[in-house]
Design a protein around this ligand. Structure first.
Ligand code: 5BU
Length: 485
């Protein structure tokens, strides 16, 4: 790598100075490997280094993280006759609708190729997309590790990271060649030390580093609360769990914060509802044990509809038992929930054991859980100290817990997603304990993030128009809240 380092400086793929980032933070280093697209010899040299450094990894396919790493993966594919996959950022809305292009057989192993790693989030996103297609991912390789905790975070998710170089190694190489002065080296090292990935950075009151942007390590000040940041910004926080990242970015892209509670009688009715209302929602929530006709075919069809209409599957199981039983309920039995649900609910009453068992059993790195910290029904015991203890419990399981079921802002930490059931245009109750709040009250005034609407839509004469009306109301309330903060 040493010989390439000076070239990287010369072509301005590495820049030292003072760079104001989007959030106002001033960084002493900027890395932009898009600059090497104009130097084919350097591109080939670097891709060869990437290939060599990861030669102990076992894989049959390569996949670059879009977009900067795509040419690097392409060079490796061509030179070493390795089939390549391309992960789309979004599925096409015409033709095959594939999210991963290329030829593969589920069960094959794929190496992820990336240019820079900061906190590992972009790699984890690609891992999750490939895993959903049935591919195995155990290794990722990167040209430059900024040494901000990304390798450790990936290791905790079961991904081994190989890196051609780290930012401190590059600094020392440039320093010894007289291309960088001591002062700049110290400034960059200080910057790296102050911007490390910490899974619990909020809990200890420090500022939040945002997820990697190309060459940019950004900070979001502590004062921000969930209400002041967009869903998209929150999806980029390093403390946001992989599932919450996926949900928040989907909500931002699709412009919907409506989760449909599909409380219908049969699987056939649920499929019809998913097909009709899928384009309007971010999550489709079911109670699998309350649907007649549940079988393997049902969840396969549901997964297919969810992919086509881009929503996430939510099994409202409300696990509440000892860890070993909860794990069997999640993985096995009739419902095999972990095989199709992106997210589940867990009661806090049984303590952290249930959460930890579910986390061990999940089948994709971006599966998650919401902890029930409050309930919408009258007389619920989930209040006060119980609610606060539930929020505390989540901090021990940040990679799996995505947020809370609640009816109020139980935390101001913007990395958690707050999901509120009991939503209808008409406030009041259903005569059986359920209490309803309006979308405006929930999102606009109480400051939670997702409205769960069931009978308000399911019992309407025109379900589609009603779902659209809830979508509109939920989004307006969200935009109004952002404008006010
Ligand atoms: P409704 O038809 O909008 O009242 O349906 C509400 C859904 O949300 C239903 O599936 C409940 O199981 C779910 N729910 C709830 O209503 N209140 C809660 O506190 C929790 C879940 Br947790």
């Amino acid at each position: 790598m040493d010989e390439c380092v000076e070239r990287l400086l010369d072509v301005r793929a590495l820049k030292f100075g003072s760079y104001k980032l989007r959030t106002g933070l001033v960084s002493p280093v900027y890395i932009d490997f898009r600059e090497i697209f104009g130097c084919p010899d350097l591109l080939c040299q670097l891709s060869e280094l990437i290939f060599k450094v990861s030669r102990e990894a076992q894989y049959e396919l390569v996949c670059g993280v879009p977009y900067t790493a795509l040419p690097l993966a392409t060079c490796i594919s061509i030179t070493h006759h390795l089939p390549m996959l391309v992960r789309r950022k979004e599925a096409k809305d015409y033709g095959t609708k594939r999210i991963v292009e290329g030829k593969f057989i589920p069960g094959q192993t794929c190496l992820i190729v990336e240019d820079v790693v900061t906190f590992g989030s972009s790699i984890l996103e690609t891992v999750s997309v490939l895993q959903q297609e049935g591919l195995k991912v155990t290794d990722a390789v990167v040209l430059l590790d900024r040494a901000q905790g990304g390798a450790e975070r990936l290791a905790s998710c079961g991904i081994r990271l190989w890196s051609v170089s780290t930012l401190p190694q590059i600094l020392s190489s440039l320093r010894s060649r007289g291309r960088l002065d001591e002062d700049t080296v110290c400034k960059v090292l200080d910057f790296l030390a102050a911007n490390q990935y910490e899974s619990d950075s909020l809990a200890n009151g420090s500022a939040l580093p945002a997820k990697e942007q190309l060459g940019a390590s950004e900070k979001i000040p502590r004062i921000v609360s969930a209400a002041a940041l967009s869903y998209g910004q929150r999806s980029l926080l390093p403390t946001t769990s992989p599932f919450a990242t996926r949900l928040l970015s989907l909500m931002e892209e699709k412009r919907t914060n409506v989760a449909l509670a599909a409380d219908v009688l049969s699987c056939a009715d649920a499929l019809a509802l998913a097909e009709e209302l899928g384009p309007e929602i971010c999550m489709f929530k079911i109670h699998a044990d309350a649907l007649s006709g549940f079988d393997e075919g049902f969840h396969l069809r549901l997964v297919d509809i969810a992919k086509r209409h881009r929503f996430l599957l939510f099994e409202d199981r409300k696990f509440a038992d000892i860890g070993s039983v909860v794990r069997r309920q999640y993985e096995g039995g009739v419902f095999r929930i972990s095989h199709w649900a992106h997210v589940v609910t867990v009661h806090a009453v049984a303590g952290p054991g249930a959460l930890l068992s579910l986390q061990e059993a999940y089948s994709s790195v971006d599966s998650g859980a919401f902890i029930v910290s409050e309930m919408s029904c009258q007389g619920s015991l989930a209040v006060g100290n119980y609610t606060q203890a539930a929020v505390e419990m989540a901090k021990g399981c940040r990679d799996f817990v995505a947020g809370f079921i609640c009816t109020s802002r139980v935390t101001t930490d913007p990395s958690w997603v707050l999901v509120t059931p009991g939503v209808k245009f008409q406030e009041g109750d259903d005569g059986q304990g359920q209490q309803y709040l309006t979308p405006d009250e929930v999102i606009g005034r109480r400051g939670t993030d997702v409205i769960v609407v069931g009978r308000g839509i399911v019992n309407a004469d025109d379900r589609l128009a009603t779902a659209q009306a809830y979508r509109h109301a939920g989004w307006q309330a969200y935009e109004g809240r952002l404008a006010q903060s």
